[in-house]
Design a protein around this ligand. Structure first.
Ligand code: ADP
Length: 535
């Protein structure tokens, strides 16, 4: 700050830009960052596991979302602290890479931060803590590999895949129907999977929902559904062996794009123009018929006169179909999207064994099913449910289940859930700590303690005594040398997760540990926070 005088001798103060910013340095910075990260983790902690709670989020325009999916909760929370944003990204990167375990990764990162805070207070340098965490995460990831199991599945033996998807779904609102939804998810993934290349293109699975019916009515359709109906109520509702023209060009007489002036001063001229337009459209319809199309699906609309004409000429059509849907229809039916009407040829038509319109409920609510497609590798999961929020949450839960099935096809190793893998890693990391002579061993032990946070949260959320339950399970694991002992959240009567069929994918669990460690290391290395001040 400096005092200066203007031309008239009046004093004023010069503030340098730096001083207008609020600034935190050193240990204060680290502590405030850790506090922010912990706060986020605390929010998600109660949502973890089969007995976890759901959250309601209201958007500024009043829409509400009910979910227990970590990535969704954080995305909607609209946080503005820098470190909190890092945690949001952490959960999202788990979502992009793996698709499941988004709550667990944040809980783990929160626990690591909590342990780091204690070490910092004891005077250990943050970089040493970060290094210790890095070593410990390596040990844990290797140990996971060691306790993982491979299982075999095939097109006829999908039970193991279904069981793993059921573990994912058991913590969601939809757990009432977890068996049927898990089967749907696995069948969908297997329908589009390339088992030789061990790859699954999830884009080929479309998830569609419609309010009404029951969750049990959710079905898998080997084909595409679009939320549209035939453009005219008198068009046929069912077309066998359809040849489909997929148009992204306007299906009506051309409209001038620039300003034109057409002088129409007599009735005859008007009549001629009208007939010309009609003929033009008539020719278009004829062209479709000539190439053999029995159904036209257009991205654009056409007017009522054209609609009437299409009905008269017996060429069913669907209008206003979205771009994404058109692409899926093209993939499924083996057709080509036609962007210029002149280019329509027989080879470009898509083929489907059956196209039918199905109505729901009592209102004008119809959907179009395109089934028995030429390329059967595009499927749709059609969700029914009582209200929009239920459908949205079911979509998210099915997405998680699809990701789990995909991960298993990529790599068929699993570890057991219910916190058992974390407890086993914690024991292994604790044992490894003794081998490191330096200060890092404190950080390695802290990592082992942080791993216990996941089973503790699971126990707490299920109404069990966290510390008692954890110590009992841990000693059982050591005594029986059984890495499958976890928290019996559902009170089934056994701690053995193998008997309870609670699995998680190995790559998902490894990714959780790696990502959580990475973010915590990043947060620990920040010792200066410069941000614009409040005023
Ligand atoms: P995330 O978004 O991280 O997947 P979830 O809320 O789905 O979080 O909870 C997953 C955790 O719940 C995992 O640690 C998993 O092992 C555990 N879990 C799921 N089902 C059971 C069960 N039936 N018994 C015990 N633990 C379970």
């Amino acid at each position: 700050m400096a005092l200066a005088f203007d031309d008239y001798g009046r004093p004023f103060i010069i503030l340098r830009e730096q001083e207008q910013k609020s600034r935190l340095k050193g240990l204060d910075a680290q502590k405030s960052n850790i506090a922010a990260g912990k706060a986020i983790a605390r929010i998600l902690r109660t949502s973890l596991g089969p007995k976890g709670m759901d959250k309601i989020m209201q958007s500024p325009d009043g829409d509400i979302t009910i979910t227990n999916d970590g990535a969704t909760i954080l995305q909607m929370m609209d946080v503005d602290n820098q470190i909190a944003k890092l945690m949001v990204e952490l959960s999202q990167s788990q979502d992009y890479e793996i698709g499941d375990g988004t709550t667990g990764v944040v809980v783990m990162a929160g626990a690591l931060l909590e342990q780091a805070e204690k070490l910092l207070e004891r005077g250990i340098h943050p970089v040493r803590v970060a290094e210790g965490y890095e070593m410990a995460s390596k040990v844990a990831v290797e140990h996971l590999e060691h306790i993982s199991h491979k299982f075999t599945f095939g097109a006829n033996n999908i039970e193991p895949l279904v069981q793993t998807c059921m573990t994912t779904l058991s913590s969601k609102i939809v757990n009432r129907c977890k068996r049927s939804l898990a089967e749907i998810a696995v069948k969908a993934v297997l329908a589009v999977a390339d088992l030789e290349r061990k790859d699954v293109n999830l884009d080929l699975i479309k998830i569609e929902g419609k309010v009404g019916g029951k969750l049990e009515d959710t079905e898998l359709i080997y084909g595409i559904i679009i939320d549209k109906d035939m453009s005219h109520p008198q068009m046929p509702k069912q077309i066998q062996d359809a040849h489909i023209a997929i148009l992204t060009c306007p299906f009506e007489p051309p409209k001038p794009k620039t300003k034109h002036k057409v002088d129409i001063d007599t009735v005859e001229k008007f009549e001629t123009l009208r007939l010309q337009e009609k003929k033009y459209f008539d020719d278009m319809v004829q062209k479709c018929k000539d190439v053999g199309a029995t159904l036209v699906i257009c991205q654009w609309g056409f007017d009522d006169e054209a609609n009437h004409l299409l009905m008269n000429r017996n060429l069913p059509a669907v209008r206003w179909v979205g771009g994404v849907e058109l692409e899926l229809i093209a993939i499924a039916t083996g057709g080509r999207i036609v962007p210029r009407f002149q280019e329509l040829t027989t080879e470009k038509l898509g083929k489907a064994g059956l196209v039918r319109e199905k109505s729901f409920g009592t209102t004008k609510d119809r959907m179009l099913y395109i089934e028995q497609c030429a390329n059967s590798r595009a499927v749709t999961i059609f969700i029914r449910g009582g209200n929009k929020m239920m459908i949205e949450e079911t979509k998210r839960s099915i997405h998680d289940a699809l990701c789990v099935a995909r991960n298993l096809i990529r790599n068929n190793s699993i570890v057991y859930g219910g916190g058992s893998a974390e407890i086993s890693c914690s024991v292994a990391v604790e044992a490894a700590a003794d081998k490191y002579p330096g200060v890092e061993q404190y950080a390695i032990r802290a990592f082992a303690d942080a791993l216990d946070a996941v089973p503790m949260a699971l126990a707490e959320n299920s109404g069990l005594q966290p510390i008692e339950t954890l110590t009992a399970v841990k000693s059982q694991q050591i005594k029986e040398n059984n890495p499958c002992c976890g928290i019996d959240c559902n009170d089934v009567g056994t701690n053995d997760m193998r008997e309870q069929n609670v699995f998680e994918t190995l790559i998902g669990k490894q990714q959780q540990l790696l990502l959580a460690t990475q973010v915590v290391k990043m947060i620990l290395k920040i010792d200066d926070v410069i941000s614009p001040s409040e005023y």
